[in-house]
Design a protein around this ligand. Structure first.
Ligand code: SF4
Length: 313
């Protein structure tokens, strides 16, 4: 039997339904939006699982939920559905190679959806199914003994860790963590370089990985959250330190459209240009200023598709 509860009342059902119908682009609409809200409200499904069940993108689920959380009435959908039970390991329906050994993240970065959706404390899943793609949000911040537990499970199962796809946090990635995960990680080392304050930590990590090939040092670089010069400097530093930057323009967590949030001296176009220049490895052939100048002569709309070029996250 289906049963649900929503926890953040404000809008009437009619208002919420009308709002959902207006949503397009990166949001779910109509029945899909209602289904996502009901599943999420059950407390039994994560956004990945909901996306898998509804065969939609996970970011669309997140934005729909954020909107609903901002304005849903407590008894909304009381006449629509009741939800119960659980679907453990739902991520396998989204990607049969993927698994989670933990959820949540205690760091609480203001631009990140994880603490808001999964919590500011870790939820550990000791009996997680061992699969080659490990999707945990912040492996290096997990308790050391639980990191050892994860690694032990992989070794016991004889399963290679092909991709720790949300990766490690520079502040907590030290020699001990590197040595620990080196025993099973055959994929890239993934980090984030989110703002200037992280420079010493990222630089230290890149130095630790100096003997690792560039293609195996993937650094997510958030841009648009600081002025252009500061963001471009971070991208260039990743390249100079021997890594491969993957630019991710900042979006507001409650964005109604799949567009970056333009701040400081950025424009939407300059954010797109930097993402394309970086994520398509164009920095190997031209500097960003040269790319920007030539980009102005490109066909209108040519670059829009890859603003959010995806890598596993
Ligand atoms: S960006 Fe990373 S470290 Fe920050 S809250 Fe999100 S998962 Fe945690």
């Amino acid at each position: 039997m289906l049963r649900h509860k929503l926890s953040t009342p404000d809008l009437s059902e009619v208002e919420l339904r009308q709002a959902l119908m207006r949503l397009g682009g990166g949001w779910l609409t109509g029945d899909a939006a209602l289904a996502a809200i009901v599943l999420w409200s059950s407390g039994q499904f994560d956004t990945n699982a909901i996306a898998a069940v509804l065969t939609v993108r996970e970011d669309a689920v997140c934005r729909t939920l954020a909107m609903a959380r901002d304005g849903a009435r407590a008894d909304f959908l009381a006449d629509v559905a009741e939800i119960g039970g659980s679907i453990p390991d739902a991520v396998v329906h989204h990607n049969p190679m993927a698994t989670f050994a933990s959820r949540g993240c205690p760091v609480g970065c203001w631009f990140c959806i994880v603490p808001k959706l999964e919590g500011k404390t870790f939820t550990l899943i000791p009996d997680f199914p061992v699969r080659p793609v490990l999707c945990d949000n912040n492996l290096s911040a997990l308790p050391a003994e639980f990191q050892d537990h994860i690694i032990g499970r992989y070794r016991a199962a004889g399963v290679p860790l092909m991709d720790a796809n949300s990766g490690f946090e520079p502040r907590t990635f030290d020699d001990e963590v590197f040595a620990r995960w080196s025993t099973i990680n055959v994929g890239p080392w993934r980090f984030a370089y989110d703002d200037q304050a992280e420079r010493p930590f990222v630089e230290r990590v890149m130095h630790m990985l100096r003997d690792v090939p560039s293609r195996k040092k993937r650094v997510y670089v958030l841009v648009g959250n600081e002025p252009m010069a500061a963001c471009i400097e971070r991208v260039r530093e990743v390249i100079a330190w021997g890594g491969e930057p993957h630019v991710q323009p900042y979006m507001k967590l409650n964005a109604l459209e799949r567009k970056p949030h333009v701040r400081f001296d950025w424009s939407e176009q300059s954010l797109r240009d930097l993402a394309r220049w970086s994520n398509r490895y164009l920095y190997k052939y031209t500097d960003f200023e040269g790319y920007q100048r030539s980009a102005k002569t490109s066909r209108p709309g040519e670059r829009s598709a890859d603003l959010f070029d995806q890598v596993p996250a």
